[in-house]
Design a binder for this molecule. Structure first.
Ligand code: F3S
Length: 415
């Protein structure tokens, strides 16, 4: 891989050991994937934060890097969710030994100049690239959103690769950074309209079908006879997928498959260049019945009621928190309830009084973490209720617990 003179200096250790190690990682990645050069990035988002997932080996690796006080991220960078709510861990019952190690991990990242904003929805809290920006993101749902909805360019980076990219301000130029890899590989046509809550289930089906392909979605709209590729269609009918729908869709696509980029006809910024005609002859058709089956397939609990209802996968937006607040207002919840989000969105929810409404009903807004990367298996729960296909897919394997996958309004029980 070609390195310019400045990159050669970074690679040869002229800017310190951490920069040298980081360049070594980027060059190794570039060589593996046959990148011709590095490209400058505008921001990074780094996974490998929860002590549950990286353990002592990861903690030591990060503290070693952070010991070099000269190494700081060159571009704005944020973290993926950690294993605890960094502030309210005691109230939620997290074990102190776990919390201490978790804090050391987050502090090590902080010393490397990475913002301690721990969220999988960086695009809701300021780490939002512009169209065609090159970035290095590692949370798979954020990768799908960033490539597809924003039209920025990122590969699905591993934690060390994203951290190295943050420190160097560069990433190897291959895969989704190149225009030719952004065309559609599969066409998915919906036979029925889907509701707002069904985008995750749709993503789960399609991820399983296309693997690491680039799906091109043609959404169904029976009420409207305009050509499907009319940009005005969804505005006229009010059926335009929202940010919340699209983050659920991308998260599920990247969990049952390894989708990093999708297009939706008339909706996402690059659908016109998706060039799907060559693959359109083998369309995959998906019906309402297929989607309904996903809810049954992913629910592996014999119980009807979850001990803990855990919403916010990917991390909840302010609008999603508002909906939950409206659902539980002036009632008492029978299950435990966590609504996972970032510290930034919670600050807005506090101001809007949504936090108080949810807490008065018996629930919590939980920051910095989620049902998959927190050690919920050690907190006394057996059955978790989720409204996210990604969470339903991962909770049994990552936490060893039973899961019920349904709408929030069905999962939350009242006294
Ligand atoms: Fe985010 Fe955790 Fe879901 S990292 S996408 S809330 S599994």
């Amino acid at each position: 891989m070609y390195l310019n003179p400045e990159e050669e200096k970074m690679y040869n250790g002229e800017y310190g050991e951490t920069m040298r190690k980081s360049m070594e990682i980027l060059v190794a990645l570039g060589d593996i994937y046959e990148a011709e050069c590095l490209v400058n990035i505008s921001s990074a988002q780094i996974s490998g934060v929860s002590y549950k997932t990286i353990g002592d080996a990861g903690l030591e690796y990060l503290e070693d890097l952070a010991a070099d006080k000269t190494a700081k991220a060159k571009v704005p960078s944020t973290l993926n969710p950690a294993g605890t709510d960094l502030d309210n861990w005691k109230e939620l019952g997290f074990p102190i030994d776990f919390v201490k190690k978790q804090n050391r991990i987050v502090d090590a990242y902080g010393n490397l100049g990475i913002s301690k904003t721990c969220t999988c929805t960086p695009y809701l809290v300021g780490n939002v690239p512009r169209f065609k920006d090159h970035v290095a993101f590692s949370e798979s749902s954020a990768v799908a959103y960033t490539n597809s909805v924003i039209g920025a360019r990122t590969n699905r980076e591993g934690g060390p690769g994203a951290l190295a990219a943050a420190i160097c301000g560069k990433t190897p130029m291959y895969a989704y950074h190149l225009e030719e890899n952004r065309v559609a590989t599969d066409v998915i046509e919906l036979e029925d309209e889907i509701s707002k809550t069904e985008y995750g289930a749709l993503g789960y089906i399609v991820g399983g079908e296309v693997g690491d392909g680039v799906p091109y979605f043609i959404l169904k709209n029976k009420k409207e006879n305009k050509p499907r590729n009319s940009d005005l269609k969804s505005l006229v009918t009010g059926l335009k997928p929202t940010v919340n729908d699209l983050k659920s869709l991308g998260a599920a696509l990247a969990s049952s498959g390894a989708v990093a980029l999708y297009h939706i006809e008339g909706e996402t910024p690059e659908y016109k260049i998706a060039d799907y005609e060559s693959v359109a002859k083998d369309k995959i058709y998906i019906s309402k019945a297929d989607i309904k089956n996903v809810f049954e397939k992913l629910s592996n609990s014999s119980k009807n009621t979850a001990d803990l209802v855990c919403l916010g996968c990917p991390h909840a937006s302010l609008e999603e928190i508002e909906k939950i607040a409206n659902l539980v207002k002036s009632k008492k919840i029978a299950n435990d309830l966590w609504v996972c989000t970032s510290i930034n969105i919670k600050a807005a929810a506090d101001r809007m009084n949504y936090t108080k409404i949810i807490e008065n009903a018996g629930g919590h807004i939980v920051c910095d973490t989620c049902m998959v990367v927190a050690p919920i298996e050690d907190l006394g729960y057996e059955t978790i209720g989720v409204d996210s296909a990604k969470a339903a897919n991962y909770v049994p394997s990552m936490c060893g617990l039973e899961v019920i996958y349904d709408d929030a309004k069905n999962l939350i029980k009242f006294k």
